[in-house]
Design a protein around this ligand. Structure first.
Ligand code: ATP
Ligand code: MG
Length: 376
């Protein structure tokens, strides 16, 4: 057990690292963040910021020496970095668990191997794989970079094989997955925490709306039925167990118009769709991450209020700052900003949670608040 007063390490200085840092510091831990960015959201509030690259072994050695346990907010930490740290101190999740989620092809093969459905896909390693497209998927389809994709980046919609050939060339022939486009009824996700003893606690299922491949809003509770809820949680728990995962993680799902439940991707860390837990659950996903890392019992995951979370992208910033006073004048709204210095289109700058007595009411207040905020 690692008790308050100890020092925790965080690989990655983005907003997820920042919210972990806040949760850990609230509980009395010290946090050291390692991130190459001098102005990282987590680095600027941590007890210490080691400004270094993820493969800088002397910096990693300093981090390992100072920390009782280390975790991450970012799935693309090089496996060698985690392996290096695992030799020196406690690290969760493991390098092996992270590795399975770093590449979309191995991730989908891993999920399928558990008997969990994914969208039909064809791996495109090189041009010879174009031969497998016919028979593998039906168009339209989405060509996605196998590595380093996030927020819909590196994704191209294709309507025929010629589109695929062009898109693959445009992506510099980097390894890709061609995924059939699913007729979506809705998208949901589930955040869970798995302890060192293997116990799992599930947060309530979140219903998500994406705009241009980026999460726009999350509504909880979702309207999906009891059977679907059960299925989604069982699938996510099965994935966590198969990864022997320790910590907080999330799984995104598609629910098709035909009623199929397909796993989309695994996030080996807290997830944007779990930000509602900061204000609407007894324990947040970040406090749970601290608890799992420190081998403490999990906190209660119960929902305390219907909630809508809306992401604030850089697009909301205009000539002036967004209209914060209007947003904060509505007592249902809880604002979270990440301290990023520069607002860019598509960049996640913050979010707000709207709490109300029903999801309908929360949706109405959240949508109105969001419109007012943008009105420059
Ligand atoms: P993030 O890391 O933010 O989740 P990402 O870049 O990993 O994003 P995906 O999760 O693959 O991207 O896709 C982003 C969104 O694009 C999905 O949540 C969904 O709305 C849409 N999308 C992706 N693939 C498909 C598909 N096969 N069928 C239908 N919609 C899709
Ligand atoms: Mg996704």
């Amino acid at each position: 057990m690692i008790l308050p007063g100890a020092t925790l390490g965080m690989l990655g200085g983005g907003q997820l690292g920042r919210m972990f840092t806040t949760a850990a510091q609230t509980m009395g831990y010290k946090v050291i963040v390692l991130d190459p960015d001098t102005n990282s959201p987590a680095g600027m509030i941590a007890n210490q910021h080691i400004c270094a690259k993820y493969d800088d072994e002397s910096a990693l050695a300093i981090l390992a020496e100072a920390c009782d346990a280390i975790t991450t907010e970012f799935e693309n930490i090089p496996a060698a970095t985690l392996a290096f740290l695992e030799n020196k101190t406690v690290v969760h999740p493991s390098a092996a668990a992270l590795a399975k989620t770093q590449n979309r092809i191995t991730e989908k093969e891993f999920i399928s191997s558990l008997g969990i459905a994914v969208a039909p896909f064809v791996a495109i390693h090189n041009e010879s794989d174009f031969n497998n497209v016919e028979g593998g998927i039906t168009f339209p389809a989405i060509l996605k970079l196998a590595n380093f994709g996030y927020d819909g980046k590196g994704q191209v919609t294709c309507h025929n094989l010629d589109d695929v050939k062009q898109a693959f060339a445009d992506l510099n022939q980097a390894e890709c997955v061609l995924e059939q486009r699913i007729n979506l009824e809705r998208e949901v996700s589930t955040v869970l925490a798995r302890s060192q003893l293997g116990d799992i606690t599930n947060f309530p299922i979140a219903e998500n709306v994406h705009v241009n491949g980026i999460l726009h809003s999350t509504t909880v509770p979702s309207v999906i039925n009891q059977v679907q809820t059960q299925t989604v949680m069982e699938m996510a728990d099965k994935i966590a167990e198969a990864l022997d995962y320790i910590g907080t993680m999330a799984v995104e799902f598609f629910i098709s118009k035909e009623g199929d439940i397909l796993a989309n991707e695994i996030a080996p860390r807290p997830h944007n769709s779990g930000h509602f837990t900061l204000d609407a659950c007894e324990t947040s996903q970040f406090e749970q991450q601290v608890r799992m890392l420190c081998n403490l019992p999990s906190g209660n995951c119960e929902l305390t209020s219907p909630v809508v979370m809306i992401n604030l992208l850089g697009d909301v910033w205009g000539q002036t700052e967004p209209h914060w006073f209007e947003l904060l004048s509505i007592p249902n709204n809880k604002l979270h900003l990440y301290g990023k210095l520069e607002a860019r289109a598509g960049r996640k700058m913050g979010h707000f949670n709207t709490l109300a007595t029903s999801t309908e009411q929360a949706t109405q207040i959240a949508d109105t608040s969001f419109e007012q905020l943008k009105a420059n």
